[in-house]
Design a protein around this ligand. Sequence first.
Ligand code: AMP
Ligand code: MG
Length: 411
Amino acid sequence: MSAKMISIEEARARILAAAIPLPAEERPLTEVLNSVLAEDITAPHSVPPFDNAGMDGFAVKAADTVEAAQDAPTLLRVTMTLPAGTPADGPIGPGEAAKIMTGAPLPEGADAVIQSELAEDLGSEVRILQAVKPGRNVRRAGEDVSVGDRVLAAGTVLGPAEIGVIASLGYPRIQVHRRPRVALISTGSELVEVDQPLGPGKIRNSNGYALRAQCQQLGIDADMLGIVPDDYECTRNMILRGLDYEVLLTSGGVSVGEFDFIKDIQDELGVERRLWGVSMKPGKPLAFGVRDRTLVFGLPGNPVSAMVSFELFVKPALLRLMGHRRAIKPTYRAVMAEDVVASDSRTYVVRVRAWRENEIWHVSSTGPQGSGMLRSMVGANGLAFVPGGPQGVRAGDEVDFLLLREDMQEP
Ligand code: AMP
Ligand code: MG
């Protein structure tokens, strides 16, 4: 394997080269968070669609208020009350005002709104206590969006604000890139399901759940096809099922052990190999290939290796399939808190706690880093990359790191 081992960057480039954005589909607005827009959104009308009150108060002609003051109020006749949602059935004339609520259409003839706090409501009349300028507290038609504006461009990642804007323009359904259908297979005769008792020599299938959760974070509900024992025929049949999906993730069986035949099965089923072996630790045994429209990832079995490989390789591929232009998250520089030496020439991917102090990122190892020790991922909000080779890094040196979670940054 070592002869063919490639860098993390090279592996990712080969994987992304095979990941082509999926076609668009129409989806309801309630189901597009974090999806990528596959059409331009233009405004069929202005927002707001009409001039309206920006405050509760009285719609007036500004010219009528020029002499108004606290000790010399101007008296205006109140001719109508305008709740939001109801247009006036006529204009206001000189010396007249309309009681108006926020969002209600401004009546014809009015050009300003004086807020309730600066008016004394007498019922059929109102005392205006301050002069207002034309346009005061008026939200103009089109001040947010003008009819015909291209409000959002294809390729935009949809967050709550974008979804709100689309709703304001009257589109209940929009075109977004489809999410890939993903299958998960856990290989290993030692595996039992999470709700099963541990027999002798058995462990529970944690990879299936961790990987499914990693997919879920991207809005993808992966199908867990289940556990297969280390039997060639069983595994082959299960992988055949997985090839109906657009992305197939297997875990385990991809190393050089006697029962590691994932690669052989991939070959037999016509999966065109694009890489095997990445110069990193953990996560060296990664076998990636393509068959028809399926991206096939043979992930390592060790739980940390599987999760790290997902983060570095599967996630960018899934994002690209979903139409994201920025599939690779940027790395930052951080000060390493302790000495770390890689055990060989491979890049050492250290699970770290990352925090910011005086504008500078710091990272510190989460503890024992065995690739089977899933607890090294618990509490980790970053992955630090320590160059392979005898040098390593000393406490205080800078390393590149990838921030995994924004919600865990306390020192
Ligand atoms: P393998 O690559 O199949 O040799 O697996 C490497 C290590 O990961 C072994 O110790 C396996 O028991 C463990 N392992 C494989 N699959 C899983 C899984 N789904 N859940 C937890 N551990 C696993
Ligand atoms: Mg195995």
